[in-house]
Write a protein that binds this ligand. Structure first.
Ligand SMILES: [Zn+2]
Length: 365
């Protein structure tokens, strides 16, 4: 297993011929070095920023800053890419203290509309779907013509396990299937889960959302489908099988029955994990999603996150070449004012501190 994203290019070179060729067919992985000089007046500040616990001399921190290695990854087919800075990647990944956040979430119980969903959330014209741990609602501010919501019974957005996530996604899938039955031209489902305001959630109370569209899936999924199509035409192989196999050969996957959890080589932002399932949304896939969310929250200190689910069309279109996929990404500490996404992420390549080789280990505990 690779020790670090920075040694990954060397690890690839050590793989057997077929595995190595598969990596090179899909990805470019390289390590580059940047250099800088440090003016004397800045020295002490810089030592504060870059010192490590076992340093014996402040010059070690200056040397660390003066020569910085960066790992660069690029997916040749999808165009996704990330930059991993050595100094950022060295920081330990651990749970953050969040007593203040818990207190704020508890205070929000008073007057929380989602704690009283029957009276205080809008409903679909045909009614609601009720599960053991959740109930459906219509989204009061619609993104699209069909926009539903699953409101969790539990107010605190971090308190859930496998049983709850199975229920939430079961209610979401029932809502999607019902909407499809009423209008068969609505075929492409999408599920999203925003946790806390930092990730775009309007209310702290736990909830997820469903959309369904005709003609084509939403833009990101449509692009993934085009990529998988181009890959099959050029290589006569399955893009998603090979994508998972590349990550597996580099130690970046963990299996959960028929589903695989992947710490992706090209994360959209910090600690992104991708869960690849089968051609339907089934138990192993949902358990893998639940386990990954728990690993991110409990072991990697994630507080706010976005999750997006790319799902197969509801009427089983034969030309569709994509398994069920869930992507989950950390959106940063709610206590920090600094945003996690800047111009580099929007228009350049994503800059990432979390090393995927460390991120995947969170699933081992
Ligand atoms: Zn609530």
């Amino acid at each position: 297993m690779p020790e670090s994203i920075l040694t990954l290019a060397e690890r690839v070179a050590e793989l057997g011929h077929a595995e190595r060729e598969r990596v090179y067919r899909l990805f470019e992985i390289s390590t580059l070095t940047g250099q800088l000089t440090v003016p004397e007046p800045l020295m002490s500040k810089l030592v504060d920023w870059f010192a490590e616990a076992d340093d014996t001399d402040p010059r070690q921190a200056v040397a660390r800053a003066s020569t910085q290695r960066v790992a660069r990854t690029f997916n040749r087919f999808s165009g996704e890419g990330a930059l991993f800075n050595e100094l950022r990647a060295r920081r330990p990944l651990c749970a953050r203290l969040h007593e203040d956040l818990d207190a704020r979430i508890e205070r929000a119980r008073a007057g929380c509309d989602f704690c009283d969903p029957q009276r205080m959330t809008t409903a679909d014209t045909w009614g609601r779907i009720t599960g053991r741990h959740s109930v459906s609602a219509a989204n009061a501010s619609m993104y699209d013509a069909h926009h539903g919501m699953v409101v969790f019974r539990e107010h605190h957005p971090h308190r859930f396990g496998r049983e709850q996530v199975q229920d939430y996604l079961d209610v979401a899938m029932q809502w999607l299937r019902h909407t499809h039955e009423v209008d068969r031209s609505l075929r492409y489902p999408f599920i999203m889960w925003n946790c806390l305001e930092k990730a775009g959630a309007s209310q702290p109370h736990g909830h997820l959302q469903m959309l369904i569209t005709r003609d084509r899936p939403y833009a990101r999924q449509a692009r993934h489908m085009t990529v998988a199509d181009a890959y099959r035409q050029q290589t006569h192989s399955s893009y998603w099988d090979d994508w998972v196999a590349v990550h597996e050969s580099l130690g970046l996957t963990r299996g959960r029955g028929a589903a695989t959890c992947v710490a992706t080589l090209t994360p959209v932002k910090e600690k992104e994990m991708v869960i690849v399932g089968g051609l339907t949304v089934e138990e192993d896939f949902i358990n893998a999603v639940a386990d990954t969310l728990r690993a991110l929250i409990d072991r990697l200190g994630v507080l706010s996150f976005n999750a997006g689910f790319f799902l197969p069309p509801l009427d089983g279109t034969p030309e569709y070449d994509m398994p069920a996929i869930a992507c989950i990404v950390d959106r940063g500490d709610p206590a920090r004012l600094t945003g996690d996404i800047g111009a580099m992420e929007l228009y350049g390549s994503t800059v990432v501190a979390s090393d995927p080789c460390r991120v995947i280990e969170a699933l081992d505990a």
